[in-house]
Design a protein around this ligand. Structure first.
Ligand code: ADP
Ligand code: ZN
Length: 222
């Protein structure tokens, strides 16, 4: 299956994508993760991206698209993937389709649109913690690590992402609301857009995603 996850920051796209990847063996590609990694390694791309990310603005298409497509190009044409955080603009979605066609890779099956209230988003992002070593996401209320402040997976220290500070969160939400419509329309026109309400527990959400993917014949039940 080849999926893109759409929806506002804090909807839990990365967390659900991580679970889908672990349980179904699809590759999880998070554009924000790739950008943060590039920034942490001091790569020129990461240095350019950092300023936009800290302000809560979108990183320009020409920086992000090349990075994500470079990653996808290395996959087998038949390999399943879930893209989380990319595409974020209609332009990125067009470039993704063009690249897949150019490489004779199979097209995106479905765009799963995570929908959630603004209050819930602020709640989720204010409690979000991420592992400073491996990037695994946690939450102080809803997805707590076994030991406070420590990653279950690798023992790394948990940290608050700089762009999860409350002012930046509101800015990211505004940016999302200004840019999302053309992107949603793009997939709507292709008949690939599916609405996916979130805001319950992770396992419950994962269960309804499995139902959705099964109904779309992208997953065999069991
Ligand atoms: P969230 O979904 O919670 O905002 P991400 O990790 O997906 O978190 O993204 C963090 C930041 O990285 C965004 O605010 C933006 O600056 C940048 N970014 C990530 N993906 C893209 C993209 N596809 N296009 C432009 N900017 C992006
Ligand atoms: Zn970790």
């Amino acid at each position: 299956m080849r999926l893109v996850f759409l929806g506002p920051p804090g909807a839990g796209k990365g967390t659900v994508a991580g679970l889908l990847s672990a349980r179904q063996g699809v590759i999880h590609i998070g554009s924000g993760d790739l950008l943060r990694e590039a920034a942490a390694q001091g790569e020129p791309l990461g240095r350019k991206a950092r300023g936009y990310m800290e302000k809560g603005a979108l990183v320009p298409d020409e920086l992000v698209t090349g990075m994500v497509l470079g990653f996808l190009e290395k996959l087998e044409g038949s390999q399943g993937f879930v893209l989380d955080g990319f595409p974020r603009t209609a332009r990125q979605a067009e470039d993704l389709d063009e690249a897949l066609a150019r490489w004779n890779h199979r097209p995106v099956h479905l765009a799963v649109n995570f929908t959630v209230s603004r209050e819930k988003i602020v709640e989720r992002l204010s409690g979000r913690r991420v592992c400073s070593q491996c990037g695994t996401p946690f939450h102080t209320a809803t997805l707590r690590p076994k030991k406070e402040g420590v990653c279950d997976r690798c023992g790394g220290a948990l940290a608050i992402r700089p762009d999860d500070e409350s002012q930046t969160v509101l800015k990211r939400l505004d940016v999302y609301e200004e840019t999302a419509r053309p992107l949603l329309d793009f997939y709507e026109r292709q008949g690939k857009l599916r609405s996916f309400p979130v805001g319950r527990g992770l396992e419950e959400e994962y269960g309804s995603l499995v139902e959705l993917l099964t109904a779309e014949r992208l997953l065999n039940q069991g």
